[in-house]
Design a binder for this molecule. Sequence first.
Ligand SMILES: NC(=O)c1ccc[n+]([C@@H]2O[C@H](COP(=O)([O-])OP(=O)(O)OC[C@H]3O[C@@H](n4cnc5c(N)ncnc54)[C@H](OP(=O)(O)O)[C@@H]3O)[C@@H](O)[C@H]2O)c1
Length: 270
Amino acid sequence: MRILIIGNGFLGSKLYTRLEDNDVYMASLHGKNCIQLDMFDADAVHTLYQVIKPELTILTAAMTNVDECEQKPELARRINSFSIINFIVAINFYGGKIIYISTDNVFDGTKGNYIPEDKPNPINVYGRTKLEGERTIINYNIPYLILRTSVLYGWGNSRFFSWCYENLNEGREIKISKEYTVSPTLVDDLVNFIHSNLDFKENKILHVCGREAVTKYEFAIKIAKVFNFDQNLIKEATDFKQIALRPKNSSMITCSDMFKNVEDGLQYLR
Ligand SMILES: NC(=O)c1ccc[n+]([C@@H]2O[C@H](COP(=O)([O-])OP(=O)(O)OC[C@H]3O[C@@H](n4cnc5c(N)ncnc54)[C@H](OP(=O)(O)O)[C@@H]3O)[C@@H](O)[C@H]2O)c1
């Protein structure tokens, strides 16, 4: 299958490697080791589709820094929401399907164990703009799969896991709040899931995440246990201040048994 991955960040670059048994292309804003594309540029998106004519687009690119989105809401809206129409126009014109990667931040975090039928109610700019992206896709007549995931981890530049691993490995203390419950997702499980669903037939929203809900503090303790780091280096952050609000419990129920629990996911990385 001819596949175009938009975004060469943590997920995009893993997908590119995993999907190499296909005719796969990748594009991102800065174009490091891939095609350069600003997805907000409608002409550039159209030209790229004219050349590649992808049968499947996997849209991983986004403004993903939650605090930065809060500080620059117009930029977040341009990237996460307004850009999506450019792909819809191109797919309407040249054909093809889209897999859109979304987030647990579309929920307000008051319930936890979210299923796709639960009503989204984002409490930060990141969540709101990603939800707008989802709704733009749903409102137009193109074949789609919307995959909502949560705290991706694995080797490479995964924010929370890499930060914990590097600090604990260097013997440095880290402070983490016990307030936030998530469904940590092994990135390798997600790319395998996508690989198995390239040929999807039905438009759907799916929750694709690890099978276990834990606080970020518990996640860090499990990282320390599995990699034999000193657990005493992990302290509770009590005066934890962030720019954007985070959902307290954004855990989701996964749609597939391809996703591991946290301990098995970490053991896989060992
Ligand atoms: N990571 C997580 O824990 C997590 C959790 C839930 C959902 N998600 C969702 O999963 C997806 C992938 O996340 P990730 O961690 O792989 O993100 P990431 O590492 O931050 O990568 C984001 C990518 O978006 C690209 N990008 C940003 N603006 C662009 C533009 N205007 N035009 C083209 N490309 C642009 C960046 O390109 P450059 O590198 O060239 O700048 C980068 O490659 C995102 O949609 C995110 O919302 C992630």
